[in-house]
Design a protein around this ligand. Sequence first.
Ligand SMILES: Cc1ncc(COP(=O)(O)O)c(C=O)c1O
Length: 231
Amino acid sequence: MNGVRKGDAYRYPLRFVCSPHPGLGDGPVYLDYNATTPVDPRVVQAMGPYLAGCFGNPSSSHAYARTPRRALAEARGQVAELIGAGPGEVVFTASGSEADLLALRGAVLAARRPRPHVITQVTEHPAVLETCRALERLHGARVTVLPVDQYGLVEPAALDAALSEETVLVSVMAANNETGALQPVGELAALAHEHGALFHCDAAQAMGRIPVDVRSLGVDLLTIVGHKMYA
Ligand SMILES: Cc1ncc(COP(=O)(O)O)c(C=O)c1O
């Protein structure tokens, strides 16, 4: 690159740390932490070397792959520990929407049923609801959208009544992004399993606020989102 001396790359990201976002400085106060959060300075610090200098494709076979591969394995282990999963169960995606889409499409298409049945609920994020619509449109899925009660909660009895032999997946979020309603995820997951269906939980708004452990919740697929918790 023209005019860039050796070593400059390491100094570059630190300039960002020194100029706060207007919402965190003298500008209007930023309160939309459910949409996204500022990156924690400790995260900036930890990521700095990889963004500036230690580039490389971790899947490559040459020496440039070694450092990013080690970093990726460490990050995967940390995420796994956070949610009580094994490192091999963690899949990194670019966003929460992509994680929801991958979980739903992956589980439904892997079931290889001519008319897979999917159950979700009405206050899910569009990443889940629109993916269900796409599964209907493109893959012949039948989708049941359960209602919620006056507290924004799914009635376990309603899920029980909707489950059938054809149900391959149930997707219900842990915490709602607008109301904060906490769904009875453990109970709903157990019902899904009784009928042989997988259970996906979008925990984008729960992670970092309440304990989330995949084993004690009994979920098969979980979405969590780094940018909603300072990463
Ligand atoms: C519950 C929930 N799921 C999924 C998403 C999508 O996450 P992203 O913005 O990273 O695509 C959001 C974002 O607001 C959310 O609140």
